[in-house]
Design a protein around this ligand. Structure first.
Ligand SMILES: [Zn+2]
Length: 674
């Protein structure tokens, strides 16, 4: 691939095969092209700043301003995405070399008083509602960046931003590398007697891949780890896995402890430079939550209500297991067993009905019925096993390109996520460039004789991530910064979490849940049992999420630890305090907490519970109207999804429900007494 071909590919208004950017050839061309695009963006930015004040208007200034770094951004997002999904020496070195220059460029833009002055003068002109909101958001971002500060402080901020960006990258790489180092050989097949055949098969293949003398090899890759935690009868082995998974990146050359401490220090410094008491306060400038007290109050209310339920959950489990000592590595195993006994339903029974392809078919069928979204497969060469592409139509109109990469591999970051590789916007030629949206998951790969079989939780995951995807696809406006991903961060999980609710409805499951061998439809009785089990151990589940919420929030609101030892101690103390079970000595989830140290959730992990309160309330409306009622779908698309960031989310919420959010909806959803 020539550099020009690569450029044409990024700029194309036609279908973009984002996968092509992944070829070694394309990747090798990308540093040079990134360099050129950056230089061009810098030059054009300087030229824009020279525009005389009397010629300033939204059209003359903002349109070219928005368009200026589009190509640069799109190429970088693609390379960065490949670095998360198939991390290699090559992708890492491209990112490591280029990121500092990119950060410098955005520092130059966001901390530029001349630009700020131009924007505030355009803001005073007569503008359309969208233009007004769009420019308001840019100005707000610049204020948050610190544009109003003295030159000296701005320079200091630039250095901090550079350092933070490098440290986050390092943190994330350490998590991937450290996790990939761990593997465990199992000789004794007896301890796997309760495990589903496909998980054993995957472990067998892992052993072959590694030329292991043992018949089975398990790893910390999510499907492998979950299989051990749920089904391995040997408590000692479960303990080894649990401890390994919660001590990732805390020693040797992949030690994230000093990195985490440094990140916290720099964030605090940044907050202080902008006259905030702490980083959490600083973050709230762009959030729905009004103040840190309100966030802590919410976390505490959840801790109290869900905490009681969690204690009862534990008692029940202990009694069932008839064990004196009960460790966190026993939770998943005995929960699974008890669930099976109480509800006669477990993942092993359910998985055969949830082959990945059928689930996807079902999800696409649902969004067609409910939201008039039509997913049409595109003919592309996938860059990874099982990866695929679609053209997305809404009410018959092409609105986006969608790429899905469902299966786990060691070079992929754990978890599941959605990303827009290109935001939709109207370019200066008047063409609407369609958004390119991706979903990444870590589902088990199919084996030669079995399809990829998902747990019900996995089914929720793909619904969740697709919820993010349609939010950004349906809200692609002429102005890129008004799409759904630009909404307040503590609302962004609402459109994704709400979609999970549909996975529990027979009317929905009966559209696709067919046994992969017999083709038999999932029995109604099984779905009823599944539904009955919905709130099984919900106290424990909410408490665990809340534990992460507290860890994140307290690290960003309370006085900073001064040494690694203090940080270790502090993190242990917080997680232990809010955990239902005692944490083992050395428990160190924070060294792999990429959400807050390498992702966008710093001082924002609370968003999950915050958004869940909102989505539980929104889903009440769906239940009132009938979960497959297209009327609901239409209304929801028009009032919540399509506006994207055009309005503050609380206004969208009120317009849709006609009421204020109520935290009790969350407890009601989880069957917890109010
Ligand atoms: Zn999400």
């Amino acid at each position: 691939m020539k550099k020009n071909d690569l450029l044409n590919l990024i700029q194309s208004d036609e279908f973009i095969d984002y996968h092509q950017l992944k070829s070694d050839d394309a990747l090798k061309q990308s540093p040079e092209l990134l360099d050129e695009l950056l230089t061009e963006a810098e030059t054009k930015f300087d030229q824009l700043l020279e525009m005389p004040d009397e010629t300033l208007s939204f059209e003359s200034f903002m349109d070219p301003f928005f368009e200026n770094d589009e190509d640069l951004n799109n190429l970088f997002k693609a390379v960065d995405s490949f670095n998360s999904t198939d991390s290699s020496e090559l992708t890492r070195s491209i990112i490591a070399d280029f990121q500092p220059r990119l950060v410098a460029y955005y520092n130059k833009v966001n901390l530029n008083p001349a630009l700020y002055q131009k924007l505030t003068s355009i803001e005073k002109q007569e503008l359309t509602e969208d233009q007004k909101r769009s420019i308001e958001l840019v100005i707000r971002d610049m204020k948050v960046a610190g544009v109003h500060l003295s030159e000296e402080k701005r320079e200091e901020l630039k250095t901090i931003n550079q350092e933070l960006s490098e440290l986050s990258e390092k943190f994330s790489n350490n998590v991937i590398d450290s996790k990939a180092e761990f593997f465990y050989e199992i000789q004794d097949e007896n301890i796997l007697s309760e495990m589903p055949a496909e998980d054993m098969e995957a472990a067998k293949q892992e052993a072959q891949k590694r030329d292991s003398k043992a018949p089975f090899v398990f790893t910390l890759s999510p499907p492998s780890y979950t299989a051990i935690m749920r089904y391995c009868t040997d408590e000692k082995v479960r303990e080894i896995f649990f401890k390994a998974n919660n001590q990732v990146a805390r020693s040797g050359d992949k030690d994230n402890r000093p990195i985490a401490l440094k990140i916290l220090e720099l964030r605090q410094k940044k907050a202080e430079l902008m006259s905030f008491e702490n980083f959490a306060e600083y973050i709230l400038q762009e959030r729905m939550a009004p103040n840190t007290e309100k966030v802590l109050e919410t976390l505490k209310t959840v801790a109290e209500k869900a905490g009681q339920a969690a204690q009862e959950n534990i008692q029940e489990l202990k009694q069932f297991a008839q064990k004196e000592t009960f460790g966190e590595w026993d939770l998943a195993y005995y929960s699974e067993k008890l669930k099976k006994e109480q509800f006669e339903v477990d993942d092993k029974t359910l998985k055969p009905y949830f082959s990945f392809e059928k689930v996807l078919e079902g999800l696409f069928g649902l969004v067609k019925k409910l939201f008039e979204i039509d997913m049409r497969p595109a003919d592309v060469t996938p860059y990874a096993e099982g990866a695929r592409a679609y053209e997305v139509f809404h009410q018959g109109r092409l609105i986006a390109y969608y790429f899905l990469d469902p299966f786990a591999r060691p070079s992929k970051r754990p978890g599941a996520w959605a990303n827009d590789i290109r935001s939709g916007y109207r370019n200066s030629n008047g063409t609407h460039r369609l958004p390119i949206v991706i979903n990444e998951c870590n589902f088990p790969s199919p084996t030669p004789d079995k399809p990829s079989l998902l747990t019900h939780r996995d089914v929720e995951t793909i619904f969740h991530e697709f919820g993010h995807a349609i939010h950004v696809m349906l809200s692609s406006h002429n102005l890129a910064n008004l799409n759904g991903f630009h909404t307040e961060w503590d609302f962004v999980e609402a459109p994704s979490q709400i979609l999970e609710n549909w996975c529990w409805e027979y009317d929905v499951l009966s559209l696709f849940a067919k046994h992969y061998e017999t083709g038999e439809l999932i029995p109604k009785e099984t779905v009823e049992k599944l539904k009955a089990s919905k709130n099984f151990m919900s106290g424990l589940f909410l408490t665990r999420q809340n534990e992460f919420g507290f860890l994140d929030y307290l690290l960003h609101t309370e006085p900073l630890p001064k040494t690694i030892e203090e940080l270790d101690e502090r993190c242990y103390q917080i997680t232990d305090q809010y955990s239902t079970l005692k944490k083992f000595e050395g428990y160190s989830m924070y060294t792999a907490f990429s959400h807050i140290f390498a992702g966008g959730y710093s001082a924002g992990y609370y968003s999950y519970v915050w958004a869940e309160i909102l989505e539980a309330d929104l889903f009440e409306k769906a239940k009132e109207l009938g979960v497959l009622n297209p009327e609901f779908g239409k209304n929801y698309v028009n009032k919540i999804l399509a506006p994207g960031a055009k309005k503050p989310p609380i206004e969208l919420f009120r317009a849709f429900t006609g009421r204020e959010p109520n935290i009790n909806s969350l407890f009601k959803k989880h069957g917890i007494e109010i």
